[in-house]
Design a protein around this ligand. Structure first.
Ligand SMILES: [Zn+2]
Length: 297
């Protein structure tokens, strides 16, 4: 019996020590709650939500070497910041990539890191036999294509600290998805770069709407993309609308969610009228479909 009480006393002491240690730890730790996915397939976008019961500021989320300043909103008694992240079907990643959240909470800098597993997804393959001139652009167009690639790349690298977006995003136009994101096209037995957006089949002239509030950062008439509009929604999220027959906005213009940006067309290197819609997150072309509002009807 004495032995039993001794054991019990020892257990109680160790429990007390444990409680004291955890309380001491809690007093120092900043209660930063980071919610995100632990696993995403290549090309899939995902959200990160950072919540804190105490005022937090200067929230920075680091992903694939890019830093996103995340805007803090007060919701009820909590402080919350959000970021949209993802990977690009075109790029190569490790099996796990590190996500880091840094925040200043009442003057104290705190940092949380976690790993996101990136796994391969078998995207569909489409084999086509086409005019060889359609596959490889004539040599004289190469400097123009290279120049346009740089201009678009610079626009897609934009990271505006304000966040104008909320998910889900609006559908840019109505119509069937005729070509999914990630589709691996093989022209005349030559594999091409995977499809970095979705194609929405729609007749010439159908209205195209901004998927979210933002700022028009680029308007182009490019070799591949044809007449195109790029809208910055903040925190590194950019939407792209390609092959338009008409452009309804100008560069530097602020647009509202649902505002007309242009009309469906077949400009650029396409075989028929459709909207190619692209969504970029920190320069990575992600699959826009999981973020779009379901089509009505
Ligand atoms: Zn497309």
């Amino acid at each position: 019996v004495v032995k039993y009480f001794r054991q019990l006393a020892a257990t109680t002491i160790s429990l007390a020590v444990l409680i004291w240690v955890s309380l001491a730890g809690a007093a120092q730790a900043v209660p930063l709650d980071v919610q995100t996915t632990g696993r995403a397939h290549k090309g899939e976008p995902f959200l990160v939500t950072v919540t804190c019961p105490r005022p937090m500021e200067k929230v920075t989320i680091t992903w694939l070497g890019r830093h996103v300043p995340a805007m803090v909103n007060r919701e009820g008694g909590l402080f919350r910041a959000m970021a949209l992240l993802g990977t690009d079907v075109r790029n190569v990643y490790g099996s796990h990539e590190q996500l880091t959240v840094q925040a200043l909470v009442q003057g104290k800098l705190t940092s949380h890191s976690l790993m996101v597993e990136i796994y391969e997804k078998a995207y569909p393959v489409q084999r086509l036999t086409v005019d060889p001139n359609m596959v490889t652009p004539p040599k004289e167009f190469r400097p123009r294509i290279e120049e346009e690639r740089k201009i678009v790349g610079a626009a897609l690298a934009t990271i505006t600290p304000e966040r104008f977006w909320e998910v889900p995003l609006l559908r840019p136009t109505t119509g069937r998805i005729s070509s999914v994101y990630g589709l691996r096209r093989v022209f005349n037995d030559e594999p091409r770069a995977p499809h970095r957006g979705i194609d929405i089949s729609a007749p010439q002239g159908r209205q195209i709407l901004a998927v979210e509030k933002g700022m028009v950062i680029l308007i182009g008439d490019h070799y591949y993309a044809g007449q195109s509009v790029y809208v910055d929604h903040g925190q590194g999220v950019i939407s792209a609308y390609l092959h338009l027959s008409e452009i309804a906005v100008r560069r530097g213009q602020a647009v509202l969610r649902g505002e007309l940006v242009g009309k469906v067309g077949s400009t650029g290197r396409v075989t028929g009228p459709h909207l190619h819609f692209g969504l970029y997150v920190l320069g990575q072309a992600v699959d826009p479909l999981p973020l779009l509002l379901a089509e009505e009807g």
